[in-house]
Design a protein around this ligand. Structure first.
Ligand SMILES: [Zn+2]
Ligand SMILES: [Zn+2]
Length: 289
């Protein structure tokens, strides 16, 4: 079986795709399960309940000129209601799971504690992501500017490690080496960050958490998987077994992208199984390859 555990739709600020279009794509691509993990990024985006939401201009192409992207976190009541309806509507064809992607930082942990507490009964799965450090974005280079390549790489991993020590309401670490995607200096040699990455993986294993293989690396044209083959192998060698497969698709064409490759790569790294989640608990399945 195949299960895509990292999918975005229009409840994310950076996707205009209706939830149903992603589900239909999942069915077409032969998925048994699809888990929505729309974005929550406290520190840089507001909750809808705060009001005065700003919008990005529409691209006017994909879903019409009046369909604009709100600069806001998931509209939680609408998101969970639509998930509920689609879980019933599609139950004969695909299992739809309920997740969120927490783009967390040390100073925003209390807000995620409150959010998780409010919605925990509706959640199957939570991705822990590091999208910003000190509210500074990677894709704009704001975070990297003024630091050496080694400094910004280490600072990125340190922030993940610090968050993991104080926040436990997550399932897996998403795109663990995300910083590589936005590194204009190329890929820092693994030895420079291996120590902190090993500490992160050991803590995840000790806490019963996992990691994901994020197949958007093909779409972004990266030279390695995300996380890298070295991190996947290190995680397995340290005893890690909880691993999910995620496309990070914001559009239907990328749902379940390169999943055959992902299963093959996991097998090569030593894994025999991967995970889905139900009410925040992992369920193991054999790899297809
Ligand atoms: Zn992410
Ligand atoms: Zn994502």
């Amino acid at each position: 079986m195949y299960a895509d555990y990292h999918v975005h739709c229009e409840y994310s600020d950076d996707s205009l795709t209706p939830m149903q279009d992603q589900i239909e794509a999942g069915i077409e691509k032969g998925l048994s399960e699809i888990c929505f993990t729309d974005h929550v990024d406290y520190g840089i985006k507001k909750d809808w309940s705060e009001g005065n939401i700003e919008y990005r201009p529409s691209d006017g192409v994909n879903y019409g000129a009046d369909h604009r992207e709100p600069i806001a976190n998931v509209n939680y009541p609408l998101f969970f209601e639509e998930l509920k309806q689609n879980r019933e509507r599609y139950q004969e064809k695909i299992t739809v799971k309920r997740g969120l992607e927490f783009g967390i930082q040390t100073h925003t942990v209390p807000k995620y504690e409150a959010l998780f507490d409010t919605w925990k009964d509706s959640l199957d799965f939570v991705l822990l992501s590091m999208h910003q450090v000190e509210d500074k974005e990677f894709w704009t280079q704001e975070f990297q500017t003024g630091k050496t390549q080694k400094e910004y790489n280490l600072r990125y991993y340190e922030e993940i490690f610090r968050v993991m020590k104080i926040f436990r309401h997550y399932s897996v670490l998403a795109h663990l080496d995300l910083i590589i995607r936005y590194d204009r200096n190329g890929v820092l040699p693994f030895a420079e960050t291996e120590e902190i990455i090993a500490e992160i993986l050991k803590l995840a294993i000790q806490d019963g958490k996992g990691i994901e293989i994020n197949t958007s690396s093909w779409h972004y044209g990266l030279s390695d998987t995300q996380p890298s083959g070295k991190i996947l192998a290190l995680y397995h060698d340290l005893g890690g077994r909880i691993i999910t497969t995620g496309s990070d698709a914001h559009k239907p064409e990328f749902v379940a992208d390169h999943f055959h490759d992902a299963h093959r790569i996991l097998r090569a790294a030593g894994f025999t199984q991967f995970c889905t989640f139900e009410h925040m608990e992992p369920v193991f399945h054999d790899l297809e390859y």
